[in-house]
Design a protein around this ligand. Structure first.
Ligand code: AMP
Length: 394
């Protein structure tokens, strides 16, 4: 397969677990002898850990506690910087790459783990979204050790912010109804394009929870993945329009060896749909190559080979030795990087963003011993999104 186009550093987000073990009001921490960097403030009391991995981090459940911690650290050490990595947990290498970048660029890193209810539509998979808190902490603890051992990172992944929904939405129960009541951030029209067209409350929920997290942690830098390109553009716009005092850092998409973008939802695919899923990055890459290698800028010529995006037309592929996989291409988009508005021609001095979404339908049959994906994955629709930045060209 042709090489991946280098994506521009530029920005998805965060959220809550209703399940998190024994909810401790404040923080849990362990300080190892010989630590190269302090892991937390001695101002803060230690709590008995309910999990061996929680013991490695300051785990905050409440807004007041994390605020107090950040303030205290800054008061102790003028110029001390914080990076925030908002996530919904179910961490994979993509999330860890964000945490790594944050540790290289800041003194301390807060990773938030919160499955935000308001970005899920009423019919979407909030209750079944993977919640893997202990293994998330395990992965972060391993990463932190590797960074310490290599001396690669200047800063330290010190804090986990895993609030309850009552903390995040203090006055009203959060709603997923488009007309529901509540205090929300909406970014129009960007929030209703592309992903927003079929998920009307998604970007309202993302912008709202990010605004809350940014206000709570007051990080110097916030870290997002280009994997969710529209989200990245939306967060940048929100930070600009609301004069938020933080720098948005967007890191390239982390991919599997065959090109599939890593995603917490990939665990639902199972072997057969996992193999079929690579059509998404491969087709996007083929289009991107036309731009990079041949200088093609015309929208029609670039997109003409992409599978038909007629919402009424489903596609099917046979994956040997298993059988058919059915899917639909929800959209393919060639858009302006900052506004996400569709364009007819790529302006080489600006570049563009090429993105697409596909829905993989449940399997109609299964073979003996076939891996059907986790949590009854084969029975559910799995939505995959991906994008490639078409870089500026001289
Ligand atoms: P999520 O937990 O899915 O809300 O994602 C949290 C953050 O990780 C968002 O900024 C995502 O864009 C980012 N992210 C998710 N998958 C990837 C990936 N494959 N590569 C880079 N960043 C990612």
């Amino acid at each position: 397969m042709s090489t991946w186009i280098q994506e521009l550093p530029t920005l998805r987000l965060a959220c809550q677990t209703l399940h998190i073990g024994s909810i401790q009001p404040s923080i849990t921490r362990r300080v190892r002898t010989g630590d190269r960097r302090a892991r937390g403030s001695s101002l803060f009391h230690r709590m008995k850990s309910s999990s061996p991995h929680q013991a490695d981090f300051n785990v905050f459940r409440s807004v007041a506690d994390i605020r107090q911690y950040v303030k205290g650290r800054r008061a102790q050490r003028p110029g001390h910087t914080f990076g925030l990595v908002p996530t919904m947990g179910a961490l994979h290498q993509g999330h860890l790459a964000l945490a790594t970048a944050a540790a290289k660029e800041n003194d301390e890193v807060v990773v938030s783990i919160y499955v935000n209810p308001t970005q899920f539509g009423v019919k979407e998979d909030l209750s079944s979204y993977p919640r893997t808190f202990d293994s998330d902490l395990q992965k972060l603890a391993k990463l932190r050790e590797a960074l310490e051992d290599s001396g690669e990172a200047h800063g330290n992944i010190s804090c986990i912010f895993a609030p309850t929904t009552q903390e995040i939405y203090p006055t009203l129960p959060p709603t997923s109804e488009p007309e529901g009541h509540g205090s929300f951030v909406t970014i129009a029209p960007m929030g209703s394009l592309l992903e927003g067209a079929t998920r009307p409350v998604f970007f309202r929920g993302v912008a709202t929870v990010c605004m809350k997290l940014f206000n709570i942690v007051s990080a110097d830098r916030v870290y997002f993945g280009q994997k969710d390109g529209q989200q990245a553009a939306l967060i940048k716009r929100m930070v600009q329009d609301f004069h938020l005092d933080t720098e948005v850092r967007v890191l390239p998409t982390t991919r599997e060896a065959d090109g599939l973008a890593m995603s917490s939802r990939n665990v639902y695919l199972g072997t057969r749909r996992r193999q079929a899923a690579i059509i998404l990055p491969h087709r996007l890459q083929a289009i991107a190559n036309k731009y990079v290698q041949y200088g093609e800028c015309d929208r029609h010529k670039l997109l003409k080979d992409f599978p038909n995006c007629d919402p009424d037309q489903d596609h099917s592929r046979i994956i040997e030795p298993y059988g058919p996989v059915s899917f639909r291409m929800d959209y393919v988009s060639l858009a302006d990087l900052d506004t996400m508005q569709e364009i007819d021609k790529v302006d080489k001095s600006k570049g563009a963003i090429l993105s697409a979404a596909m829905i993989m339908f449940p399997l109609e049959n299964s073979q003996p011993n076939e891996n059907l994906g986790e949590s009854g994955g084969a029975q559910r629709n799995v939505r995959l999104i991906d994008n490639i930045i078409l870089p500026r060209q001289p």
